[in-house]
Write a protein that binds this ligand. Sequence first.
Ligand SMILES: NC(=O)c1ccc[n+]([C@@H]2O[C@H](COP(=O)([O-])OP(=O)(O)OC[C@H]3O[C@@H](n4cnc5c(N)ncnc54)[C@H](O)[C@@H]3O)[C@@H](O)[C@H]2O)c1
Length: 435
Amino acid sequence: VTTDETAGEIDHEVADLDLAELGRRRVGWAEANMPVLARIRHRFAKERPLAGLTVGACLHVTAETAALLRALVAGGATVVACASNPLSTQDDVAASLVADDRIAVHALRGEGHDQYYAHIDAVLDAHPDLTMDDGCDLVSRLHLERPGEVGRVLAGTEETTTGVVRLRAMEREGALGYPIVAVNGADTAHLFDNRHGTGQSTLDGLMRATNMLIAGRKVVVAGYGECGKGVASRARGMGASVIVTEVDPLRALEAVMEGFRVLPMAIAAGEGDVFVTATGNKGVITREHLAMMRDGATLANAGHFDVEIDLPALEQLAGGRRRTVRPTLVEFDLSSPAESGESSRRLYLVADGRVVNLGAAEGNPPAVMDLSFASQVLVLEWLIAHRQELEPRVYEVPPEIDAHIAQLKLETMGIEIDALTDSQRAYLASWKLGT
Ligand SMILES: NC(=O)c1ccc[n+]([C@@H]2O[C@H](COP(=O)([O-])OP(=O)(O)OC[C@H]3O[C@@H](n4cnc5c(N)ncnc54)[C@H](O)[C@@H]3O)[C@@H](O)[C@H]2O)c1
């Protein structure tokens, strides 16, 4: 237990508790832009559906996440949290959560591999009743390192695509020990968070890291899933000419019909000025691709893990000739020693190849995290109410929760929509009425 005057007996490891004031203001701003979550928090404060339960959360420790954790505390939960990425923690927010909300946070921006897992272990040491994961590191660590403790967890949620992929693999192998809801599967999550949130904030990360003009650049987007669609359309909207790479014929066709050029990476690699990977897969940009890139090409990854670009190959090709040119931008010099001047070749890597919108910007905007985090809290409430009926499987978000969140969001935006009349409802349910 780390004890000090501000944090009392809260078990925590954060960069600097003196940053709490700054963090509190940042969280306040996020909360003001998360009206759906605020409504749920007020209800939770009255009804206390999570009373007596400990939630172990492995999430990006950002201002929006702070709003989520505060809603859980309002609902009666004890919360213990760590980061779901070593580079995404906002240290001021982490400090505020400890000092102001008395939440046990174990997260430091830039923490090393061992410290990252030590922080996950600290969450597991609190013996959570419920887990809230973003990428499945908490859940896989629990199942791999502490199989004896799996049985006491009631249920969990998973925030991102990559985490759901890993959970489905666990489910297939019969390894999953308790029910987990794939929050990312909700329409109110992936259609907005992945597309509008990641689309905008990835461009934001690229621009903050480089201060580049997007207009006129050739931007290669690898993966035309929900995230890739957002990145591609935002880059085009800013004047870039966008090339998409895909492995799925349907998604590739969608990109073609949207007017994007679709190429194999082996050709796109020689053409692009900027590369953004958003596949959730590994080895998408390989040594061969890196070797053919143009001088000045900039690489960024929006996928969950830093495995999409072959980073060891990049290091090797540069042979140690790397330097940090801006806070989240590293230059790799790939010129052969004989080359100089015009024939030199330098590649630029944003945020160490880690998730760029969190590593080089502030993650997704609060207005969009309002939706996925509203899902997170409502799903936890649903899991508690239904836990007796659930098996150790991956569940989708119940559609009525999705519809409820969309309705709440529209209300908070002051937007009204039409309602079906009784006769329309009857018409849609009948098969006898034709032309
Ligand atoms: N940065 C963020 O804020 C953020 C937000 C949500 C999701 N994510 C992460 O982004 C990644 C993508 O998420 P998504 O929801 O778009 O997933 P998705 O499954 O909808 O899309 C991924 C796409 O990549 C394609 N793909 C796979 N391998 C490829 C390859 N080698 N080359 C080209 N394309 C390939 C797939 O066919 C698919 O169309 C995941 O890792 C997810 O966890 C990040």
